[in-house]
Design a protein around this ligand. Sequence first.
Ligand code: ADP
Ligand code: MG
Length: 691
Amino acid sequence: MRPEALNPLFVETDALDGVGPKLKKPLDKLGLTRVRDLAYHLPERFVTRRVVDNLDEASEGEQIVIALTPTEYRSSRNQRGPYRVLAQDAAGNICALTYFGRASFTAKKLLPVGEKRWVSGKLERYGDMLQIVHPDHVEEEGGDALGRLNEPVYALSEGLTQPRVAALVAQALERLPGLPEWIEPRQFEKEGWPNWRDALHLAHKGENQGARDRLAYDELLANSLALMLVRADNRRRKGQALNGDGHLRDRLQLPYSLTGAQARSVREIEGDLAQEAPMLRLLQGDVGAGKTVVALYAMLMANEAGKQAALLAPTEILARQHYETLRQMAAPTGIEVALLTGRDKGKTRESILMGLMDGSIDVVVGTHAIFQDSVSYKDLALVVIDEQHRFGVQQRLQLASKGRAAPHTLAMTATPIPRTLTLAQYGDMDVSRLDEMPPGRQPIDTVVVSQDRMEDVVAGVARHIGANEKGGGQQAYWVCPMVRDNETADIAAAEERYAMLKERFGDDVVLVHGQLKPEAKDAAMERFASGQAKLLVATTVIEVGVDVPAATLMVIEQAERFGLAQLHQLRGRVGRGSEKSVCLLLRGSALSETGRKRLALMRETQDGFRIAEEDLELRGGGELLGTRQSGDTPFNVANLEQITRLLPAAHDDARLLMDRDGGLASERGEAARYLLYLFERDWGVQLLRGG
Ligand code: ADP
Ligand code: MG
């Protein structure tokens, strides 16, 4: 149960004055659903304004506050055109105050002719006229204009304005309770940080690194602590020691031998499984490093000990593919492998459920459906989680506690993340790294091409897939980006591209995206995987896992819009067979300096860990103040730079709390409970109660 003091922060935003359905919608869109979220909606930056006596003192582009007297209204002839109020400064200079759309209606009332007003905003030039578009504030003499020379600038969505958001944030801040300090006293003093409530107030008021750092630190601390609690809980639980005798593994007839890294990982897993405490291990390996066979070894160890194993995949497509691969590889062992997804209904489903219950199924592969309440296992001893990012892993651990004894867990990820972020995302989890690729891989040629050269690109694809010949040719992927925050619009863009390519290549092209019916998606994938279709047009749904070795060309549109890790994943779809593979990164015309460097890095290396480290650096530097979500960290407040700088201390702090202060039982531990709830890492707290 959440501590009562925090309840006022966890009510929906419409509990605030002035928030109705109309305002709630744009707030929700920004992820600001509760009062807490508003308090943590930290400014992206601040504007600083200068008071000037007359326009001659100001320069174009400057943020100013100035006394102006309206002289004349000018509505435009065109309905959609701007509405202008001409106004005069003390020296007689004229400036237009320009309004568009609905704002025009109030302009006249705000700015009566002949009456002096304080106007704040950015001075610009339009033709030969000076203007301020949508002044931030217009106030009567004696108003607060001169007290607001420094103001926050918030991220907005359509339907919100800066003053609106600022007013709501102010309301949220008023509701902040006073809370006990959870930061380790020495750390707190050393940094000279403000307390939690003050820090939030200060962070909205002006640039204040101390306040920002404290809030970021809180988030990192909450995260580390929650991960440690999960870990500690896991250690306390009883699992079952698995001692496979190797009789199933011996029957495998793989066409290759394991790489050194694979063999090492298998040994590490074997060591863990032989312990009674449940294994909690992360298998990190770049795309194509060969994680699947390691997973198979682990599952066979469970089977050798007479137990069941489950493999959880994030998507249907991937589950199906794993199922096919594992079934083939495991065929000589004689174990029973089954596939269970949300789509299995009726008799098929019934018989799989039976098999899991009576133990005749040894290995089940599936989506989250394999952990629904209606599914029970005879003796589930190992859960393998593929491509599971971030907290997903930790939360799945709870799900995985289905068996009588806690099952062992192996989480696999192909997202090479920098070491600091490994700590952030997985805490102290044991890690096996596949840092060696299977032999015989051809490097992928990566080329950056301007999107303007679309015709050449299409011609290149035509040559590649052998569109003009019968039979011959290789296969290719064409990835359309998810760029807008609107999935439907993105899919429309992909469909448009598909239509264009279909005109050229006819039935050789198939389309896959997230809104297709599962049957249609599978049918398209099937046609591509079997080689009937030559070109697969897709949104990023193909990012994880799809394995078609005959595909040797990857085209990625608007590559600069993707994260490097994502580009790396996508590129990893090719270069899987023995043929030479090529990756074309299409870039837009307006490419920033960082954008250019990022694409150059892609061209230069194929080492996922290096890409991850350098991407962190390239992006980390530029956003000291920014709270922008980077998409690949589990944090909203802490930016990349802060993660790198503050995480080690936060981690130690959490460790201290766990070790010295006895978990959350001490006085500081009590305070830390607030923190966990505040950042919704309360699954950590819940474990304490249960344990
Ligand atoms: P990941 O899941 O790590 O991206 P996969 O498990 O799909 O990689 O393996 C990629 C490809 O490499 C598969 O075709 C697999 O058969 C092959 N492979 C795996 N291990 C080896 C090895 N030791 N030697 C040669 N090929 C291997
Ligand atoms: Mg894989």
